[in-house]
Design a protein around this ligand. Structure first.
Ligand SMILES: O=C(O)CCC(=O)C(=O)O
Ligand SMILES: [Fe+2]
Length: 578
């Protein structure tokens, strides 16, 4: 037994990386990395040395991976197999029988549904399994065995959380007591993935992290589940009779980010139905979740919200709590969706040029020129001097601004508060720090509206030259069409939210940028204001030889009367104002 857990102490070999089916997306690599193994029998061993060793391994798995497999958990293989078979039989019921389990009101504790979001190919049953166990009465043998499994895996989860408490240098029962796990709110999901044609769409469940503290998962066929580590997907190929464990959002909050919530997804398989049975073990609904004071200090301030678990469910509108909102899934709020993989978001390989496009007049762009003010305020044909040497990025080659090269900001996260907001802000800070650009999704502007704006803009260029000259700089602003005005107004609101997020990501007051720059009109604030911490993004546009392309960038700048200088908070001896 000792041998298995011992493997954890050996650094896993460098993952072998291969492009997979969705190699066109960021984080597209799937690594055959080794998943840490925790030997449960050692974790509960009466032998002090064995237990200490297991706790060390557990801490390392949580720090380095956020997930691990659990072996020797005491549940016989035949029992687990039977649980999964009974689960599978539920999906063999007639449609009419299953419809009885469809949620009829907000408070239903049993919810059968089919995935409705893009990429969610599941048919699933969600149950509140603790403090009270809920389950459909059919098929006959289903409820009893599932309850037995929930009880036994709850014992395993509690022991793991005790080990996790110890691994953090806290009392054995720290998590248990702080999160009031006696009345912990557990949600079990019975997921059925149909066989799928991999060439069509291999995603069975898009990437997401789960709420709760800890998730334990068993599955009927190996393969399918992938967990993310260091920007790579790791296939959860696990030995029979082992349980996959991963960290949930609320353990990340409790540990002040020391242990990170695991992002994961499911890839379909093309031969058989796969049953996945994750149980998400959560705090009690009335437990106040915040970072443990023991894990917060000056160099590790907490950036996480403080709220009760019930408030969390309310804020995220995932139901299953008393009388609130709709059940989303016990999971599937795409928080890390902020960072580039996952569904939707990117329009095609377009690129945008903010510096060149603002106005009439001949804006000639010299290579590498910084700000050509004439170009900015005048209209005209922005002549690009040969793709030449704009800046250092040119040296490394331009990354085509297919918007999936950078990262994506999920505005939903920004508009939310608490956990998802703080995650979104962290993501925004990372996007600004690492890329200087990002795409914004879920901004609330309907696609049809944006199309209307672009059509309107496109129509402008079809006007006769004489008509267009009316719009030269002296031209009145009220010539701007209504739809464009509306667009400007609405994107301004989005931009302000983003500035608020950026201020927060820099550890400043939410309204810092807004106040310091009297946000009205102008250009290029971030690069200056943050003293180069966030860099202004160099960009350019490459023509295409088929159709006219309309780009509508809006540059939200400081008031013209503002003196823009690096925020004093970012200036010190080693960072003098640039
Ligand atoms: O079915 C699986 O393997 C995982 C499902 C999952 O991640 C979820 O339901 O949150
Ligand atoms: Fe999940």
């Amino acid at each position: 037994m000792a041998g298995v857990a011992h493997r954890l102490t050996q650094a896993p070999s460098a993952p072998s990386v291969s492009a997979n089916a969705d190699s066109n997306k960021p984080f597209c690599f799937v690594a055959d990395d080794e998943i840490p193994i925790i030997d449960y029998s050692m974790l509960i061993s009466a032998d002090h040395n064995e237990r200490s060793k297991a706790i060390l391994d557990l801490g390392k798995a949580c720090t380095d991976y956020g997930f691990f497999t659990v072996v020797n958990h005491g549940m016989p293989e035949s029992f687990i197999k039977e649980v999964l078979e009974r689960c599978s039989e539920f999906f063999d019921l007639t449609e009419r029988e299953k419809i009885e389990c469809e949620p009829k009101c907000m408070t239903d504790k049993i919810r059968w549904s089919k995935g409705s979001k893009p990429g969610d190919q599941r048919e699933f049953l969600k149950l509140i399994s603790h403090p009270e166990f809920h389950c459909p009465a059919k098929p006959a043998a289903f409820s009893d065995i599932l309850q037995e499994y929930c009880n036994r895996s709850r014992d395993v989860a509690l022991e793991i959380l005790r080990g996790i408490s110890k691994s953090l240098g806290l009392e054995d029962c720290y998590v248990e007591n702080a999160m009031r796990l006696k009345s912990g709110f557990d949600v079990s999901a019975v997921n059925s993935y149909p066989p799928c044609s991999l060439s069509d769409n291999p995603i069975g469940l898009p990437s997401h992290s789960d709420p709760s503290l800890l998730i334990l998962l068993i599955q009927s066929v190996d393969g399918g589940l992938q967990l993310q580590r260091d920007g790579k997907w790791v296939r959860a190929n696990i030995a029979p009779n082992s349980i996959v464990a991963h960290i949930g959002d609320h353990l990340e909050i409790l540990t002040n980010g020391k242990y990170k919530s695991a992002v994961h997804r499911v890839i379909g398989n093309n031969s058989v139905r796969r049953i996945g049975l994750p149980i998400a073990f959560g705090p009690s609904l009335d437990a106040l979740v915040s970072s443990a004071p023991e894990l917060v200090d000056q160099s590790h301030p907490s950036t996480y919200p403080q709220q009760t678990y019930a408030e969390y469910w309310e804020a995220t509108q995932c139901n299953m709590t008393e009388g609130r909102a709709k059940l989303n899934t016990g999971s599937a709020l795409n928080t890390e969706g902020l960072f580039g993989w996952g569904k939707a978001r990117f329009s095609t390989g377009s690129s945008l040029n903010m510096k060149g496009i603002f106005g009439w007049g001949k804006a000639e762009f010299n290579s590498g020129s910084a700000l050509n003010m004439k170009g900015i305020f005048g209209w005209g044909k922005a002549k690009f001097n040969s793709g030449s040497a704009l800046n250092m990025k040119g040296i490394f080659g331009w990354g085509k601004a297919e918007f999936n090269t950078g990262s994506a900001l999920n505005m939903k996260g920004i508009f939310e508060w608490a956990y998802h907001r703080s995650k979104a802000i962290q993501g925004l800070g990372k996007a600004c720090g690492d890329y200087g650009c990002f795409t914004v999704v879920n901004h609330g502007l309907p696609e049809s509206f944006i199309r209307g704006v672009l059509e309107e803009c496109s129509g402008f260029f079809d006007l006769a030259e004489t008509e267009k000259t009316e719009y030269e700089p002296k031209g009145p602003a009220d010539k701007i069409s209504e739809i464009l005005q509306e667009y400007c107004k609405r994107t301004r609101a989005i931009a302000l939210e983003i500035f608020r997020g950026i201020s927060k990501s820099l550890g400043l007051e939410e309204c810092y940028i807004e106040n310091a720059t009297k946000l009205e009109s102008g250009f290029d604030i971030c690069g200056v204001l943050t003293n180069g911490k966030y860099k202004s993004a160099m960009h350019r546009v490459i023509g295409n030889n088929k159709v006219k392309r309309i780009g509508v960038p809006i540059a939200f700048g400081p008031s013209l009367h503002t003196f823009v200088k690096p925020a004093p908070e970012f200036v010190d001896e080693s960072h003098p104002p640039a």
